[in-house]
Every structure is written in structure tokens, then in C-alpha cells.
Write a protein that binds this ligand. Sequence first.
Ligand SMILES: [Zn+2]
Length: 262
Amino acid sequence: MIQNIQKFTLDKKQVFNLVLENRYQVDSQTRFLSRCIDGRYENTDNLPALAIPGADVGELALIFATANNFGFDVDYEKVYQSLVKVIGGEENFQYHTDHHGAVGVPASGCGHFKQIKLDLKAYDLTTQDLEFLEKKLMEIKKNNQAKEVVLEGDHIEGAILQVKGNWGVYPRYFFETDEGRREIEVFVFHQSLVNERHRVLVKELIKNKAVIFRNGEDEEWLYEALSDMMDNHLFETVKRLAPDLPIYNVDFEDDGDFKVAD
Ligand SMILES: [Zn+2]
């Protein structure tokens, strides 16, 4: 029998209460470690606040897509090494797979990376880019160095949060309904930490000659190009994984006060 699971979406007031309970200060030591936008992460103490589609695999894909779309050349391995430098070592490289609750359902992996593979063109990527990403992931897994996180259960995200400021938001939350307590998750994209990491990353990419410009472009230009492509990648994945979810902006002050806006 097919269960008709009713999807819940969160209104502004519910998002406010979620953020009030689930906010946490960004740890300056680990501020550039990432997680995926996926809502199924456990609310653990060391959860990276910097949430970006596909975690560090998504970051690499983003750089390659920017090169394809904006017209500059990349050295794959040097791009990878530049990111590793920014995150403080290969052991900090973050990616995730998953497995669903149902027996016999194979792991489908990261939703963002899966969507990329299904439609390279929409994400401005080539089969050559994908080959490198998959080869690199296999290599990392073999070295058993990086943080492969396994996410459990079904997607029950009820909103998409676009976060700014020096605070992170845990994705899992219980709220009261007429039928009792109900668990819900939120997709989180951490706009300001992503931007901040991109500032450092573009310097590193240029310094290491991981990117080769064709027309004398500079650091600022690369930063803007990455930001543009970031919006595209986020949009493509949200469109595919969560077309009906409301999007809220959550803007933090340094002291943890915040505003939620539609
Ligand atoms: Zn993911």
C-alpha cells in the first residue's frame, strides 16, 4: 500500500521559532568547513554552519561550471588542492551519501550531485568535469581521509532558509501540530559564509595558477562570476528537489538576534 505522506511547509512564524531554537554561533576554527544544504543532517555540536549545495563536491563543480560559462581555464588538480588548502587539509573535505529507511533501496547519494549528473548542461558542466569529480571522490574514499557523512531517512524539509551572518542553523526540528509533535527539516543555504569562503578561495586559485584567465580578468571578476554561478546551481537544484517549498531569508546580527523575511 502506498502511504500518502503529507508534506508540511513552514510559515514565517514557525521558521522564526525553529531558528530561535536551532541557531548556533559559528566556530571561528571551523568556519570554512562545509555541509550540504540537505535537511537530514543530525543537529550535532560540530555540524558545519557553511551550508552549500553538494558540500565540497558542489564547490568543485561550481568552479568548473564557472570556468565553462565565463570562459577561463582550470587545472583540475590545482583547483582541488586550492580548496583543500582553504579548508585546512584533505581530512576536512566534506561530502555525503545517504541511505533511505526502506530495506533494499540503494543509496542515491547527494541530491545536488545526483541532479548534476542527470543534467550536466543545466549546470554548465561537461563529462570531463564529471569524470574528474567522480575519480577524485573515489580517490578520497580510498584514502579514507575525508568526511563522508551518511544521511538517513526521507526528505521532510518544510522550507528553504537563506542565512546571513555569523550564526548557523540546525536543520532538524520538532513542532506542535493538532495531531501532536511532528518532526520537520529545513534546507539551509548559508549565503554569507559561502561568500566569505569564496573571497579566500579566489585568492588561492589565482595564487596556485589553478585558474588561467584569457583576457586579464582579476580576483574581483572571479568572485563575481562564482557568485553568479552559485545562484544558478542553487536555483537548478531547488527547482528540481524542492519546487514547492517557501524560501525565507534569515539575517543574523552578531549577538544572535535575527529577522526572518519571505
Ligand atoms: Zn547533498
